[in-house]
Ligand binder design. Structure first.
Ligand code: GLN
Length: 459
């Protein structure tokens, strides 16, 4: 029993109940085995960044990944070859065409993107094939790492697509005829069919999407499957191309990177939030699961998950902009009081990113430059990203260069770095110690030897 998180399960259950009776859509039958799917199967699954799994309905029913495999094989190609090399062979422009369209650049034969069949076949062809490690072994291993368990191939679906897959073969021949490819897309088509026939469940797909959302780290196994940079690149292409000729409308209304497949699987990822997946075989005219589209669209609306709506802006970062004269510890009057009033104090809280760091620096500018010192209080800061750290250090160094004594209350050493450079801010465990140092009293904290006043100039 999980009474508290039962709310999440219940939300998925409600979505499931709401759309279970929708009878629209057709099963894909151009791959004969897919027409044997049960149109009533309907599963929803969500995996959080902490690896918590939630589901409703048929989230354990196996089906073949089909095109939902494409972003993950693209991730493998990017990991092995890098974005520049992969982009020479597969572009990243929305094609505005159906998944099986002839989406090739006129002069070069380069496919529009890796989410349409043409681009996916070339992407598969880019995966190295060596006697020791065949191409498909690398692909299956990668998909399994994304899912957090060993996946296998539905041989019947593979054989069925291989038997009827002339359109994809024709695409591969066309690509070979127009483009100077480093590899043979015709030979790669069979591998592409096998990759599409890899068997998954909605829970597997949610874990795979969650791995992309989690900077490439599988939240179930903790394994770094691809780099953070590659995960972001894949999500970007999913956002612009993952829903084929309905990608623009999907991004507009749902606002999540997503990928659909003709077996009825659909994934979406909320970066740094969750991975979600739906399985329901009846498809709309774009080859997307009808119930999947409805359920994930509604989930995004209900939970306010649209990417372009950024709730981070609402959080307050700077909790205090004042001078040491206004702190309870300041003397009531006299020369000492005036000295306190010349020391600016800015306190911040929470996790600091670029936006938060800009606010903190602005507050320091507001409070600091006319005085003799500035204290930045990070006691309630929970974390600092690399960019924010560099910005804060730079801002403090600039204040120091302006002639201020600058000190940081930073008990967790968030701004500390190995070795000290000239002008680095002094770091103290408490705000009081930092203020004392700015007033020219107390211990030196960590950093270079105390050097009151501006640095000596001239030779
Ligand atoms: N294997 C399928 C095909 O190539 C995948 C298409 C899809 O899922 N959209 O036709």
């Amino acid at each position: 029993m999980s009474p508290a998180t039962g709310a999440v399960t219940e939300a998925l259950g409600e979505l499931h109940a709401r759309y279970a009776d929708v009878g629209d859509g057709e099963l894909a039958d151009y791959i004969p085995q897919l027409a044997l799917a049960d149109p009533d199967d309907f599963g929803l699954a969500l995996v959080s960044m902490d690896g918590h799994r939630y589901s409703a309905g048929d989230a354990d029913v196996p089906f073949t990944a089909q095109s939902v495999s494409k972003p993950f094989v693209y991730a493998l190609a990017l990991s092995l070859l890098g974005l520049d090399e992969v982009s020479r062979w597969v572009n990243a422009e929305p094609s505005g065409e159906a998944f099986n369209g002839i989406s090739l650049e006129r002069t070069t034969g380069r496919p529009a993107n890796a989410m349409v069949n043409a681009g996916a076949i070339v992407t598969t062809a880019l995966i190295p094939h060596t006697p020791g490690t065949p191409r498909f072994t690398r692909i299956l291993d990668c998909l399994s790492r994304f899912a957090g368990r060993s996946l296998d191939v539905d041989e019947q679906v593979y054989a069925s697509e291989s038997f009827t897959g002339d359109r994809n073969r024709a695409l591969a021949y066309l690509i070979r005829s127009t483009g100077p490819l480093p590899v043979d897309p015709v030979a790669a088509v069979e591998t592409y069919f096998r990759q599409c026939a890899v068997r998954v469940t909605a829970l597997d797909l949610a874990a795979m999407a969650a791995t992309l959302a989690h900077g490439g780290v599988n939240p179930l196994t903790g394994e770094q499957v691809v780099s953070e940079a590659v995960a972001a690149q894949v999500l970007a292409v999913m956002a612009t191309c993952g829903m084929y000729d309905s990608s623009g409308a999907w991004l507009l209304r749902v606002g999540l990177p997503a990928k659909s497949g003709v077996s009825g699987g659909l994934i979406a990822a909320g970066p740094a939030r969750f991975g979600v997946a739906a399985y329901s075989p009846p498809l709309d005219t774009t080859g997307t699961s009808v119930r999947g589209r409805l359920a994930i669209g509604e989930l995004s609306r209900r939970l306010g998950l649209h990417l372009m709506r950024n709730p981070a802006l609402a959080a307050s970062t700077v909790t205090l902009v004042t001078t040491a004269g206004d702190l309870p510890t300041a003397p009531a009057a006299g020369h000492e009081r005036a000295a306190h009033e010349d020391v600016a104090v800015v306190a911040a809280q929470g996790a600091l990113d670029f936006t938060a760091a800009e606010r903190v620096l602005h507050a320091l500018d507001e409070a600091g430059p006319e005085g003799t010192g500035a204290v930045l209080d990070l006691v309630r800061v929970t974390g600092i990203g690399g960019v924010a750290r560099a910005m804060l250090r730079d801002g403090l160094v600039r204040l120091t260069a302006d002639g201020l004594r600058t000190a940081v209350a930073d008990p967790d050493g968030l701004l500390r770095r190995p070795g000290h450079e000239d002008g680095d801010p002094r770091i103290f465990a408490t705000r009081e110690e930092a203020v004392d140092w700015c007033l020219g009293r107390g211990g030196g904290g960590s950093g270079p030897p105390a050097r009151p006043g501006p640095p000596p100039s001239g030779p």
